[in-house]
Design a protein around this ligand. Structure first.
Ligand code: NDP
Length: 487
């Protein structure tokens, strides 16, 4: 097995194996070859991860802000040093093309570690003059945080959770998706090499039941989940029982609105990035592409031509643009939506089914697919597919398209293409979405807070905003005079 880790879990600064855990297998989605055989954490591994995190957190919280920052920045350097190996591992685990993983996965994780490493020394309190007396605030860690990841950006998600948590002096127990367990272990190794005290960042493998056990553990101060709305609802309900703090990064069905004055070539590029990058497995994807009727035909013609030129193939070949979907359940789900779109009466512009890649016949490849003449009420336009399926919808009026764009339970992201800057900002102001792009799509630099409105989530990752979700303020009033009382 070409990606077998030393052991399944990383606890207390070392690899550990569970004796009683269920089998957990990682497949290379391009061939279905088993690349690693792991075991889910049993109760003993779970207990030791929480115990070591509690002990490690005390040491880490007492470490100076400057030193915390140095450790995170060193870990960023290590991810950059090892970027190629990490990218190959991420490609094997997820099936995403190496062309992407080389620039978007460990690389963005490194940016995140560096950013929060730089922010760490600034996480001080404030002095508040009360006219004689005064108050000050301290920014304190929460304690042991749980991170639970989805399978589409495994190491990036682990970094987006670990970096702000650790900058604030917390410890973390991270559970990757059972489908992509491998690269979070490498992050744990990198953090140890960078000098993080043992127990401050731990990775334990398992299925949804382990996630639920972690969330309901009495020693947990916070949980941050990236996953579906359904899992988010379960996690929020469990966390609510003990009022454990939550950050939820959930699904979406985001609108991308292209007005008649847009640069068509740029708009087509954005629609491609918003639907086919990572084989469409991105939460913020702009899967409802509203195109003004005046430019619809020109837009669709360019889109079809460019989509048909995409190279599907071996993800390890750097010329490949589109790899397979991550798993058989995801493959079956996406194919069923491709069929549903045709049954619902949408016009298939290109793609629409399974793709055959010579030499990789067992892989979960599907064609990048564009449906036109999609109507708002169709299920392909309402439900998150999480695959390369773009729905193109027509519009003419600005108010009408805003109302239609907002007519969804989700609110993760949105995009607008127009050369009219007043219209651009006016429309963005009215869109119910946590992250918006004007004249581009799907760029998520670490400096910019990321998260959802409505059912797409609670809280924010990245940017200064993330700090508020991994720390708590203590206010201290200092009396400099006597104390008066009524009696
Ligand atoms: P899931 O919701 O199925 O799983 C997410 C994680 O939660 C996995 O680690 C899963 O474990 C775990 N889990 C499952 N059940 C429970 C439970 N009851 N309690 C605690 N943890 C549980 O999502 P996917 O992994 O299928 O990822 C796809 C989804 O994630 C999409 O909806 C997508 O939009 C969303 N997503 C959101 C992002 C954002 O930032 N907003 C970014 C990326 C994805 P296991 O895998 O072992 O079942």
């Amino acid at each position: 097995m070409r990606a077998q880790p030393q052991a399944s879990h990383y606890v207390g600064g070392q690899y550990v194996e569970s004796t009683n855990g269920a089998d957990l297998v990682s497949l290379y989605p391009a061939t279905c070859e088993v690349i690693a055989h792991l075991k889910a954490a049993d109760d003993q591994v779970l207990a030791s991860a929480i115990a070591t995190a509690k002990a490690g957190q005390k040491i880490w919280a007492a470490t100076s802000l400057a030193e915390r920052g140095r450790v995170l920045r060193k870990a960023a350097e290590i991810l950059r040093r090892d970027n190629r190996d990490l990218s190959v591992l991420e490609t094997l685990d997820t099936g995403k093309p190496l062309q992407e993983t080389l620039v978007a996965d460990a690389a963005s994780g490194a940016d995140c570690l560096e950013y929060f490493g730089n922010l760490a020394p600034t996480l001080t309190g404030e002095y508040i003059d009360l006219g004689g007396s005064f108050a000050y605030t301290k920014r304190e860690p929460l304690g042991v945080c749980v991170g639970i990841g989805a399978w589409n950006y495994p190491i990036q998600i682990a970094c987006w959770k670990a970096a702000p948590a650790l900058a604030c002096g917390n410890a973390m127990v991270f559970k990757p998706s059972e489908v992509t367990p491998l690269t979070a272990l490498k992050l744990a190794e990198a953090l140890s090499e960078a000098g993080l005290p043992d127990g401050v960042f731990n990775v334990i493998q398992g299925f949804g039941d382990l996630g639920a056990k972690l969330v309901s553990h009495p020693d947990i101060a916070k949980v941050s989940l990236t996953g579906s709305v359904q899992t988010g609802q379960k996690v929020a309900a469990l966390a609510g029982e003990s009022l454990t703090k939550t950050t939820l990064e959930l699904g979406g069905k985001s609108p991308l609105i292209i007005f008649e004055d847009a640069d068509i070539e740029n708009a087509v590029s954005a629609a491609i990035n918003a639907n086919f990058y990572s084989t469409g497995q991105i939460c913020s994807n702009g899967t409802r592409v509203f195109v003004h009727k005046d430019i619809r035909d020109a837009f669709l013609a360019r889109l079809a031509k460019r989509t048909q030129a995409a190279v599907l193939g071996d993800p390890l070949d750097e010329a490949t643009h589109i790899g397979p979907l991550v798993s058989k359940p995801q493959f079956d789900k996406v194919l069923s939506y491709m069929e549903l779109g045709q049954n619902e009466g949408a016009r298939l512009v290109c793609g629409g089914g399974e793709a055959r890649v010579a030499g990789l016949e067992g892989g979960y490849f599907v064609e990048p697919t564009v449906f036109a003449e999609v109507r708002d009420e169709m299920r392909i336009a309402r439900e998150e597919i999480f695959g390369p399926v773009m729905c193109v919808l027509d519009f003419t009026g600005e108010e009408d398209v805003i109302a239609r764009a907002n007519d969804t339970e989700f609110g993760l992201a949105a995009g607008v293409f127009t050369k009219d800057i007043q219209r651009g900002h006016r429309v963005i102001d009215q869109l119910e979405a946590g992250t918006c792009w004007l004249n581009t799509y799907n760029l998520t630099p670490v400096e910019m807070p990321f998260g959802g409105h409505k059912k797409s989530g609670i809280g924010r990752e990245n940017g200064h905003a993330a700090i508020d979700h991994y720390s708590q303020i203590k206010s201290v009033y200092v009396e400099m005079n006597g104390v008066e009382a009524a009696f």
